[in-house]
Design a binder for this molecule. Structure first.
Ligand code: 5AD
Ligand code: SF4
Length: 446
C-alpha cells in the first residue's frame, strides 16, 4: 500500500553495482510504503547513490547534493540521504560540509535503509552507517520483477568488494573486501527472475573470477562452476558477467564460451595500459604478454568473441613510450570497444602519493589520440558485420521513431531495425545487417 505522503526519488551514478543497489533500495522503500518517482521535486526523500571511481563522478554527485540544499529550504521536511561509494569514503564529513544531508549510508548498509529512516523520523538528528564488517553477508532478497527500466534483462550480484588493490583504485576502500553470496541464493534469484519473464541475466561483481575463493571453507563453487549452474536454469536465454581481472581468467572460464550456448560471446577484459612498466606500477599482476595469451585463448575457444576493455591514460610516470605501447596494444587486440579515462587521484589510493604526475594537457591529448584510433577500429569492426545475419534480443522501440525497433546482439552491439509489427522486449529474432553507424548497426528483420 502506498502512502501519498511518502514519495521517494533515487538518483544513481556509477556502475551496474550501484544500479543494482538502487533497485534494492527502491524495493525496500516500496515495501515500507513509499511511492517511487523520477522527479526529485516531487519527493519527500531524495537518495543520491554516488560513485567515487574518478574525481569527475564524485563532483557530479556532490553538485547534485549542493542543489538539494535549495530544495530543502523550500521544503523543510525533505530528507536527503547519500549512499554509494562517496558515502563510504567520506562518511560523516559529508554532513560536516553539507548540513542539509540527513543520512550517510555505505554500500553494506543499504539493506537497513527503512530502519534508519524510521529512527531518523523518531529521533531526528543526523545518522551515518558506514561500518564494514568482516562477517558481512549479502542479505537474500528476491528482486521485484517490476521495478526495472528494461524488464527482460536484470543484474544478479554474485559478489561484492575487491581484494586486488590496484594502486589507482578506490573500490577496495569503498566496497570493502570480497564477499561472495551463497550459491543457493544466486540460483534462487535467477530462477525467480527467469520465472518472471527475464530472459537475460548478467552476473555482477567487481571481480567475478574470484567468486567463492573467500568461502573455500564452505565449499562454494568457483566462478566457472557457478556459471555452468546458472546457464542450466530454464528460461535464461542469454547470460553475461562483469567484471574480470585478466590475471584470474582461467582456461576453465574460456571453455565455458565454447560449451555454453546461452553464454554471450562478449568479454569485457580491462587492460588499463599497454606498458609493462605502468602495469607494474598499477599492481595489475600481469604483463602484456600474458594478457595477449588470454585474449588468444578466448579467441581459440570462441573465434567470434567481442572483446572490450578499460584504459587509463596518464597514470603517474606514463612516458610517451608507455603511451605508444598502449596504442600498439589497440592494433594487436583490435577491441570491439574501449572505455578510456584520464587518470585521476583518488583518496586512500597508493598512486595518489606517486610523484611524476602527468600534466592535464598531456592526459587530454593522449585520451583524444586513443579515442580517435579506437573509434576507427570500432567502426571497422561494425563494417565487418555488413551483410551478416545476426541474432538479436529485442530491447524495445528505437529512439529513431516510427516503426523502428532496437535490439542487441550477443556480442552486445546495438542494432536498430525495421520490420515486424508489435515486438516484445526479450524476443530473439534474426536481422540482416545493412548499415554500420558510429555507435550502432542498422538492419532488417528476416
Ligand atoms: N583514474 C582514472 N580511471 C580510473 N578507473 C579506476 N580508477 C581510476 C582512476 N583513479 C577506471 C579503470 C576501471 C574503470 C571502471 O575506471 O579503467 O576499469
Ligand atoms: Fe563507482 Fe566503483 Fe563504486 Fe561502482 S564500485 S559506484 S564504479 S566507485
Amino acid at each position: 500500500m502506498t502512502n501519498p505522503e511518502k514519495i521517494a526519488c533515487i538518483e544513481t551514478f556509477g556502475c551496474q553495482m550501484n544500479e543494482r543497489d538502487t533497485e534494492i533500495m527502491a524495493q525496500l522503500l516500496t515495501r515500507a510504503g513509499y511511492e517511487m518517482t523520477n522527479e526529485p521535486d516531487r519527493a519527500d526523500l531524495v537518495v543520491v547513490n554516488t560513485c567515487s571511481i574518478r574525481g569527475k563522478a564524485e563532483q557530479k554527485a556532490m553538485s547534485l547534493l549542493g542543489r538539494l540544499k535549495h530544495s530543502k529550504r523550500t521544503k523543510p521536511g525533505l530528507i536527503v540521504a547519500v549512499t554509494g561509494c562517496v558515502a563510504q569514503q567520506e562518511g560523516g564529513k559529508i554532513q560536516e560540509r553539507m548540513n542539509h544531508v540527513d543520512l550517510v549510508i555505505g554500500p553494506q548498509a543499504i539493506y537497513r535503509l527503512p530502519e534508519l529512516l524510521d529512527s531518523l523520523q523518531k529521533n531526528g538528528g543526523k545518522m551515518t552507517a558506514i561500518d564494514q564488517a568482516a562477517s558481512f553477508t549479502i542479505p537474500s532478497l528476491l528482486p521485484d520483477p517490476g521495478n526495472s527500466a528494461l524488464p527482460h534483462k536484470r543484474f544478479v550480484t554474485i559478489m561484492q568488494g575487491c581484494n586486488n588493490f590496484c594502486t589507482y583504485c578506490v573500490v577496495p576502500y569503498t566496497r570493502g573486501r570480497e564477499v561472495s553470496r551463497p550459491p543457493a541464493d544466486i540460483i534462487a534469484e535467477v530462477k525467480h527472475l527467469a520465472a518472471n519473464n527475464v530472459r537475460e541475466i548478467t552476473l555482477l561483481g567487481q571481480n567475478v573470477n574470484s567468486y567463492g575463493l573467500d568461502r573455500k571453507d564452505r565449499d562454494y563453487p568457483d566462478f566457472p562452476t557457478l556459471l555452468r549452474k546458472v546457464a542450466e536454469i530454464a528460461g535464461v536465454a542469454r547470460l553475461r558477467f562483469t567484471t574480470s581481472n585478466p590475471k584470474d581468467l582461467s582456461e576453465e572460464l574460456m571453455k565455458c564460451f565454447a560449451e555454453l550456448d546461452n553464454l554471450c560471446p562478449h568479454f569485457h577484459l580491462p587492460v588499463q595500459s599497454g606498458s609493462d612498466v605502468i602495469l607494474k606500477k598499477m599492481n595489475r599482476k600481469y604483463t602484456i604478454g600474458q594478457y595477449l595469451e588470454k585474449i588468444a585463448g578466448l579467441r581459440r575457444y570462441c573465434p567470434d568473441i567481442a572483446i572490450t576493455t578499460d584504459i587509463i591514460v596518464g597514470f603517474p610516470g606514463e612516458s610517451a613510450e608507455d603511451f605508444a605501447a598502449t596504442m600498439v596494444l589497440l592494433e594487436k587486440v583490435r577491441y570491439h570497444g574501449a572505455y578510456s579515462f584520464k587518470y585521476s587521484d583518488r583518496p586512500h589510493t597508493v598512486s595518489a602519493g606517486f610523484a611524476d604526475k602527468v600534466l592535464e594537457e598531456v592526459k587530454s591529448e593522449r585520451l583524444r589520440i586513443l579515442q580517435a584510433r579506437q573509434q576507427e577500429i570500432t567502426t571497422e569492426r561494425y563494417r565487418a558485420c555488413l551483410g551478416h545475419v545476426m541474432e538479436i534480443m529485442v530491447e524495445g522501440e528505437s529512439r529513431n521513431g516510427e516503426g523502428q525497433w532496437s535490439g542487441r546482439t550477443g556480442s552486445n552491439h546495438i542494432v536498430n531495425f525495421s520490420g515486424g509489427e508489435t515486438l516484445q522486449p526479450g524476443q530473439i529474432l534474426e536481422v540482416r545487417i545493412d548499415e554500420a553507424c558510429q555507435h550502432s548497426l542498422r538492419g532488417n528483420l528476416i
